[in-house]
Every structure is written in C-alpha cells, then in structure tokens.
Design a protein around this ligand. Structure first.
Ligand code: BDR
Ligand code: CA
Length: 307
C-alpha cells in the first residue's frame, strides 16, 4: 500500500475523503494532520481526532496551524456549519494530539517508503514543513492537493480563487514553487465529481455509523457546488480517489503558480497553457470519470460499517 499523510480541515467533504482513504487497501494512512480552514483549528483538530476514532484509525493525529502564514484568517462555516460537520456531533476523542508540522516531519522521516501527502485543506502546514524542515520535505514523493482551478472553473471563495488556495495564498506560492512533484485537483475537476445520497445506495442501506454520518453530511452540505438532483461536489474525495485509482482523473503536465498580490485575483492558480514560464511543475486534473468515482466511493464507504 502507498503510504499517505492526510492534511485536512474537516470539513464535510474532508470527512468523506478520510473515510474513503480509511476504507481503501491501496493506501496506508500514516497520520492525519489538521489545519485551520473551513472552520478554526479548535474545531478541525478535534474533528480529525473524532473521525479517526470513528474509523478506528490507529495512527497519530496532529494539530497544525491555527492561522494562515501572514494573513487574517477566514472560514467557510456557511458551507460546513459552525462545528465543521454541518452540526453533526461525534463523540469527543480522548486522543492527545501532536503538534502538526513536527508530526508531518516525523512521519515522512520514519516511513520506509516515500510518502504521498494528500492536502485537502489550506496549504499552511505543508509550507511550514518546507520552511522548517526543507530536507524532510524534499523526501515527499508527491503532493496531491485539492485546490485551485483552471479556466473552466477558477473560483468559489472569490470569482478567481478556490477556497484552500485563497485562505493562505502565500503558503500555496511556497508549495507550488518548492519542486516536489504535484498533482492539482482543482474546482474544474471537482465540479464534475457530483455525488448525492442516491449515488451511494450500498452505503446508505448499511445503516451503520459511517452511513449515518455521511447521510447527514450530504444533506447538510450548505452552499458548496450543488446541482439540484445531481449531488454536491466531493472536492476532497476526488483528490484521495486520484491516489487510490489514478484512472478516475486525467491530467496534463503544466506549469502552475499562484497569485498572492493581485487586487482582484489573490489566490488564483495561474496555469501556463502556453509553456511560456518553463518546465511544468504540476499534473493538473482536467477530466473525471464520474461513474468510476461514484462507484469507488459507494463500494469503499459501504465496507466501513461492515467491519
Ligand atoms: C475546498 O474548500 C473546502 O471548503 C472544502 O473542504 C475543499 O477542500 C473546496 O474549495
Ligand atoms: Ca477541505
């Protein structure tokens, strides 16, 4: 199995993504590290721990950055609810959380095989890892990130910026410029990955604790990209799916950088379609095999309650 670390701001779609990873034998979760984003770290860290308990994940959970690198924090509580899980309450976890960035470093160093970092929240922890532990960060095999977008769909936080990048664009500049292989799963891809409860029949008939939570989360997924009857964009699960089953997405190798000084465009991922700016640094997701993605989610999540 491919060793992965999940860096996350749970978060409704983060919860499904972590469930998908936990239920998939292709990946081995080494740890889960929380970051502020959808809601503050005082919620995302306990949410990550509570979810790890629900999934019986016997791995460390980290409490990462409470603030973006330089900017004033924001959140997306209007989408994810004040507690980050649309009001759904999990039992409080008794776990003791480790400081997030040192945990990332330790897990990367201790792993026998190179680690894939799946970043499904703002990139603050990852950028700090690059600043504080550059040698360790170079050992990362690949960062698969949910963030940004291409000309088809650029933004949700602003007309030009996707939330994870927009929340901490300075961190994103660091990550895109660092030189570790990147896969960018942006809004242009995730807006194709619409999932509603009716796409998860096996899971929802199982009636177990994971099914119960997912049912609630899908019903309460505020104003995130939602097409009536078609479902809601499962942004973060698509990034996990791309690691489990690369055929779920198609990619193009391109150079991507992030705007962090624009008046109208801060947080925009700028994709160099013209090859003007040198070597590609990123595999950018474009196509999504939606049926394959939905089947993967339903097959895997339904196993969670069976075991
Ligand atoms: C991303 O922002 C968050 O609200 C979601 O969890 C996802 O990671 C989508 O723009
Ligand atoms: Ca997220």
């Amino acid at each position: 199995a491919r060793p992965i670390i999940i860096d996350t701001d749970p978060g409704i779609d983060d919860a499904l993504a972590i469930m998908l990873a936990a239920a998939s034998p292709e990946v081995e979760i080494l740890g889960v590290v929380a970051v502020a984003g959808n809601v503050g770290i005082e919620n995302t860290a306990p949410n990550a721990a509570a979810l790890a308990d629900l999934l019986r994940l016997d791995v460390p959970v980290g409490r990462g950055s409470a603030l973006p690198m330089w900017r004033t924090p924001s959140n997306a509580a209007q989408v994810h609810g004040e507690n980050g899980f649309g009001g759904y309450e999990l039992p409080e976890s008794p776990r003791v959380l480790e400081p997030g960035v040192p945990l990332l470093a330790r897990l990367i160093e201790e792993s026998e095989d190179p680690v894939t970092v799946v970043a499904i929240g703002p990139l603050t922890n990852i950028a700090k890892l690059m600043n504080e532990y550059p040698e360790t960060a170079r050992k990362i095999e690949r960062i698969v990130l949910m963030g940004g977008g291409t000309l088809d769909v650029l933004g949700n936080a602003t007309p030009t910026a996707e939330f994870n990048i927009w929340f901490d664009p300075d961190a994103a500049v660091r990550v895109f410029g660092f030189g570790v292989p990147l896969t960018m799963v942006g809004l242009n891809a995730t807006h194709q990955a619409l999932v509603g409860a009716h796409h998860l029949p096996q899971l929802l008939t199982s009636g177990g604790p994971a099914a119960k939570m997912v049912d609630h989360l899908l019903a309460g997924y505020g104003d995130s990209h939602h097409e009536e009857g078609a479902g809601m964009a499962q942004h973060d699960s698509l990034a996990i799916a791309a690691v489990i089953d690369p055929e779920v997405i198609t990619t193009r190798r391109l150079f991507v950088d992030v705007e962090n000084t624009g008046r109208l465009t801060t947080g925009m991922t700028v994709v160099d379609y013209l090859d003007r700016w040198g070597e590609p640094n990123c595999d950018v997701a474009f196509g999504v095999d939606v049926e394959r993605f939905r089947r993967l989610l339903d097959d895997r999540l339904s196993v969670l309650d069976a075991t």
